[in-house]
Design a protein around this ligand. Structure first.
Ligand code: ZN
Length: 255
């Protein structure tokens, strides 16, 4: 009964065996998946996946790394997509300063525009923030993100910063990195974050957990993530699966 809050099954990495893999999810204990889009093509592909598979839902939005050249017409396209059945959130959106491009001003412009879109459409946001902690927090505060709500996905910052996101009412997405031996900072953050604010995610096809690190990731690896969180929290695997599912349903307003 695992709830996968963040995967990219539209990715080319699944070109050969997408159908077989998705058809094996239920047997593998993965009963709900939210497919997250990152550019216009993946919005289209996400919509198609939500129509094909009863257990697949979607989020629509443009990843900060794909914001170069976006137009108002693209924003209207996202708005229309967000009103389709089974679309639960706007994402992934945010800031990524790991690469030098797109220019930070462009990333900020479209982060803000998509946050406002989420507010207007009354949908939560899926936030991607990499090497951009200060600007992400400053913008979220300025935009009153606490009125929008959502998740900070693939959390990679400190436990101190986690408090800031928690204070704004956000959930924290924890994925395969938490199983890496050198992920001391993230393990500390996960010890700190209350279990009722954590959601499970893979970011498939990226960031496979131990013992599959380096391979193509899929939601079938989520038990390794859940077990690691259980170990860090001193609770049971079953408890982690149950609570994170409830959290995900609240985050994505599925009640
Ligand atoms: Zn992602």
């Amino acid at each position: 009964m695992i709830f996968e809050t963040h995967a990219h099954f539209d990715d080319d990495a699944f070109k050969e065996d997408r159908d077989a893999l998705l058809s094996s999810m239920e047997e593998g204990g993965i009963t709900t998946i939210v497919n997250i889009s990152s550019d216009k093509k993946s919005i289209e592909d996400t919509l198609a996946l939500t129509r094909k598979y009863p257990f697949v839902y979607g989020a629509v939005g443009i990843h900060p790394c794909d914001t170069e050249g976006l137009t108002e017409a693209d924003l209207a396209y996202i708005r229309n997509a967000s009103r389709q059945d089974k679309i639960l959130a706007i994402g992934e959106i945010g800031l990524d300063y790991y690469w030098d491009e797109p220019d930070r001003a462009i990333q900020k412009k479209w982060f803000e525009a998509q946050m406002e879109l989420a507010r207007e459409e009354k949908l939560p946001v899926v936030i991607h923030s990499r090497d951009a902690a200060k600007d992400t927090v400053d913008m979220m505060k300025a935009l009153r993100a606490e009125d929008i709500g959502g998740v900070v996905h693939c959390y990679s910052y400190s436990k101190e910063l986690a408090k800031t996101f928690l204070d704004m009412g956000f959930y924290i997405g924890v994925g395969g990195v938490v199983t890496f031996k050198n992920a001391r900072k993230l393990k500390e953050a996960v010890e700190y974050i209350p279990l009722d604010r954590i959601v499970l995610e893979t970011d498939s096809p990226y960031l496979a957990p131990e013992p599959n690190r380096g391979k193509r990731n899929s939601s079938l690896n989520l038990p390794y993530v859940a077990q690691q969180i259980a170990d860090l929290k001193g609770t049971s695997y079953e408890e982690v699966v149950m609570v994170t599912r409830k959290n995900a349903e609240t985050l994505y307003r599925m009640g």
